[in-house]
Design a binder for this molecule. Structure first.
Ligand code: ADP
Ligand code: MG
Length: 424
């Protein structure tokens, strides 16, 4: 055991983790075992950006199921490729847009503009106007971008064929511009593309890179490299990793989802910590396995993007629903709980109309259900429910994110009381 690990292990005996955030879904690890082929194909397809920048606008489609590494591969590629480009004097930026969150053309285009640092007025411009402004801005700044449109299936469904056409055919529409925009489209499958007109569809299918579900052996390698980053030596055995790999491996009856495998490892580590156990056991894995549900993983991605008060409201809904053991509860009760949570964490509760807006937004994102009360309720009222997986699990997720958000605020000095006490 490395001396440093050994000493640190004693200092932090309360935890098996030395760096838990290395297991968070947004973390981009330094190596991606078993995604070498995909990375090479990306490099090959984007190579012209380095050799003859501005000559082509590349479009690549990444396709694969949940947890096959599409997002992390795109991010890792974007990070390294743009840094290589800059070292060769090409001003290339990588931008990642989550279309589950930004699913209209306007939202996607605004997000891109914001991320490249283009100053845009907050109101009054159409998506098309902002987009044109973007083309001008890139020209002025002599900048190139690779834009990853992640969860692109949602954009197709929500924004529709015309919006996709608009993005994909940029330089057919505006041939006078240097080709500075390049796209990586990321989708679960190619079925969603069949909703597009055939020309756009075949355009998108031209450069396709597939991501297959992982085998148990592959998952083992992924878990192995993550273990060494996240845990103290000796706290997670090979047997543990094997067990998880076989639960989730495609060839051993699982879905081949790396996200779930890593999440099981994270939750198992937390289970060990909460018992004060010195190492992760098979029982911890079993416990974690029950908590994991791939449908929630998608929603979890959007949780980190929520505003603080939306999260507080969501937490309130989870708690009231858990307490009441009913499928739906009145929004008034949730609001009451929300107020008391606000008080606990030292936040000023927002007004009723604002709170209602939060609820509607959470509904739009699929995090909560909202409907008008019918029979069996006195008076008319909005009812709130949550179908997205076990509440206990969701609550843990929310608290985790809330802890990070409140933690940030505390660090920024916006508040000097310890508001994380609620999370304990
Ligand atoms: P997808 O976008 O296909 O749903 P992600 O890219 O979000 O999948 O991957 C899910 C999780 O698994 C993330 O935490 C990611 O870092 C991790 N992961 C996926 N593939 C690999 C890999 N080959 N090596 C290391 N980590 C991986
Ligand atoms: Mg993804």
């Amino acid at each position: 055991m490395r001396t440093r690990d050994l000493i640190e292990g004693v200092l932090n005996r309360a935890s098996v983790f030395k760096s838990k955030e290395k297991l968070y879904p947004e973390y981009v690890p330094p190596e991606l075992p078993h995604r070498e082929r995909q990375l090479k194909e990306l490099a090959l397809l984007f190579r012209p950006l380095l050799t003859e920048p501005g000559q082509i606008s590349q479009r690549v489609l990444l396709v694969g199921g949940i947890g096959t590494g599409k997002t992390v591969t795109a991010r890792a590629f974007g990070r390294e490729f743009s840094s290589l480009a800059r070292s060769r004097g090409i001003n290339l930026e990588y931008i990642h847009v989550n279309c589950h969150r930004d699913r209209t053309l306007y939202m996607v285009v605004s997000s891109i503009a914001k991320q490249v640092g283009m100053p845009i007025p907050t109101r009054g411009l159409s998506a098309q106007e902002i987009y044109l402004g973007l083309l001008e801005y890139l020209e002025d700044e002599n900048k190139y971008v690779i834009i990853a449109l992640d969860e692109f299936d949602y954009f197709i469904d929500f924004a529709g064929s015309d919006a996709v056409y608009f993005l994909v055919r940029t330089y057919d529409e505006y041939p006078e511009y240097t080709k500075r925009l390049n796209f990586i489209f990321i989708a679960r499958n190619t079925i969603s593309l069949s909703k597009l007109d055939p020309a756009t569809e075949s355009y998108l299918l031209r450069n396709i890179i597939r991501f297959e579900p992982y085998t148990a052996k592959e998952l083992y390698d992924i878990l192995d490299s993550r273990r060494n980053l996240a845990f103290y030596e000796g706290t997670v055995s090979d047997e543990i990793l094997n067990y998880i790999a076989e639960i989730e491996g495609r060839d051993t009856g699982g879905k081949g989802n790396a996200r779930v495998a890593i999440e099981i490892l994270l939750l198992a580590g937390e289970a060990a910590d909460s018992e004060g156990a010195p190492r992760v056991t098979l029982e911890h894995i079993r416990k974690a396995h029950v908590m994991v549900n791939p449908e929630i993983a998608i929603l979890y991605d959007t949780l980190v993007y929520l505003q603080l008060h939306e999260i507080l409201f969501l937490l309130a809904a989870v708690r009231v629903l858990r307490r009441k053991q009913q499928p739906y509860v009145r929004i008034g009760e949730v609001e009451e709980e929300y107020r008391s949570i606000c008080e606990e964490v030292g936040e000023k509760p927002r007004r009723h109309t604002q709170v209602y807006e939060y609820a509607m937004n959470l509904k739009k994102l699929g995090l909560i259900e909202a409907k008008t009360s019918g029979k069996g309720y006195r008076g008319k009222s909005t009812l709130i429910g949550i179908n997205a997986g076990p509440l206990e699990f969701l609550e843990l997720k929310i608290i985790d994110i809330l802890g990070r958000k409140l933690g940030e605020k505390i660090v920024k000095g916006e508040n000097n009381v310890d508001r994380t006490s609620i999370l304990k």
